[in-house]
Design a protein around this ligand. Structure first.
Ligand code: IPM
Ligand code: MG
Length: 352
């Protein structure tokens, strides 16, 4: 198979971890006789420095023309001025919207060898295997109006939580499809006791649930869900929710896995290129030291193999190699070990 892959290393540790994921993809290509053609583009703070904008039209066009996009991380203190007109995060939001990747898959699994790395009690973590699907191109992040004005002599700020039924339908339908290959349970998370947008969300989810009785659907309020995620995380299978609820809940859920550095994500739309990125950020405090955990990005590359490149066996093999490396005690610093970023990848490659 032959595929064009755009790499957006981004800022902070982004370039370090994407370089490691590329080593893994290259190993997969060598073994299977595939031709992955990588091309690099700027996105985030590095693009602001060079072009004055976080994502140029040219970089977006390259992403749109690719089969898949691998992203490291964006942002850092250099671009953090809240009054700044251009911000690295704008690039990420424009990319998600531009690619139309409305579903952000964030799997959270707890490796048995890392039960003690989480601040939660190990018995709570037994058997945790959650797939959070975060709606990614609508909701509070994108609703209009949005902005600042002055009303009655007071400065005012507005964000809008807005959904149309089809936006809810396509992401909840995907949740049901994916639940069928898992434990057949979907938890739709909303705030339907307060928000009108959540009442529409719940109405659409309920209709989809009625049409698909083989998958169990329950509804949970987002505040309850945030509590249940730490009280009984093993009770969840697939979780589907609004953009910002999903942003918050997945940071919370990442604690279950012992380190944010472990977790991958895939953002998918309707058949266009998928976007793959670790859920951790640019970690400016450790950038350039070669100590970042590459696992989140390597597992994101595995998701790319599965969801965009049609290579599910290769995806399984990468995940198994990561699993064995962790089982054998290979640890970067975030997990209490001393392996450098590239040594951790060496260990994974040896087991691939
Ligand atoms: C994430 C991040 C982003 C988001 C930021 C960097 C804009 O927190 O991917 O979860 O809020 O979506
Ligand atoms: Mg986030």
């Amino acid at each position: 198979m032959d595929a064009q892959i755009v790499v957006l290393p981004g800022d902070g540790i982004g370039p370090e971890v994407t370089a490691e994921a590329l080593r893994v993809l290259e190993a997969v290509a060598r073994k299977g006789g595939h031709a992955f053609r990588f091309s690099e583009q700027l996105m985030g703070g590095c693009s602001i420095d060079r072009h004055g904008t976080a994502l140029t039209p040219g970089a977006l066009a390259a992403c749109k023309a690719s089969r898949a996009v691998l992203l490291g991380a964006v942002g850092g203190p250099k671009w953090d001025d809240p009054a700044a007109k251009v911000r690295p995060e704008q690039g990420l939001l424009a990319l998600r919207k531009g690619l139309g990747v409305f579903a952000n898959l964030r799997p959270v699994k707890v490796h048995p060898a890392l039960l003690d790395s989480s601040p939660l009690k190990p018995d709570r973590l037994q058997g945790v295997d959650i797939l959070v699907i975060r709606e990614l191109t609508g909701g509070l992040y994108f609703g209009q109006p949005k902005g600042r004005d002055v009303r009655d002599g007071h400065e005012r700020a507005v964000d809008t939580l807005e959904y149309q039924d089809y936006e809810v339908r396509r992401v909840v339908e995907l949740a049901f499809r994916l639940a069928r290959g898992r434990r057949r349970k979907v938890t739709s998370v909303d705030k339907a006791n307060v928000l009108e947008s959540s009442r529409l969300w719940r109405q659409v989810a309920t209709a989809i649930g009625k049409a698909d009785p083989e998958v169990a659907l329950d509804h949970m309020l987002v505040d309850t869900a945030s509590m249940r995620l730490v009280m009984a995380p093993a009770s969840f299978d697939v979780v589907v929710t609004e953009n910002m609820f999903g942003d918050i809940l997945t940071d919370e859920a990442s604690v279950l896995a012992g380190s944010m550095g472990m977790l991958p994500s895939a953002s998918l739309g309707d058949g266009g290129p998928g976007l793959y990125e670790p859920i951790h950020g640019s970690a400016p405090d450790i950038a350039g030291q070669g100590i970042a955990n590459p696992v989140g990005t390597i597992l994101s590359a595995a998701m790319m193999l599965r969801h965009s490149l049609g290579l599910p066996a290769e995806a399984d093999a990468v995940e198994a190699a990561v699993h064995r490396a962790i089982a054998d005690g290979c640890r970067t610093r975030d997990l209490g070990g001393a392996l450098q970023t590239s040594r951790m990848t060496d260990e994974i490659l040896r087991r691939l």
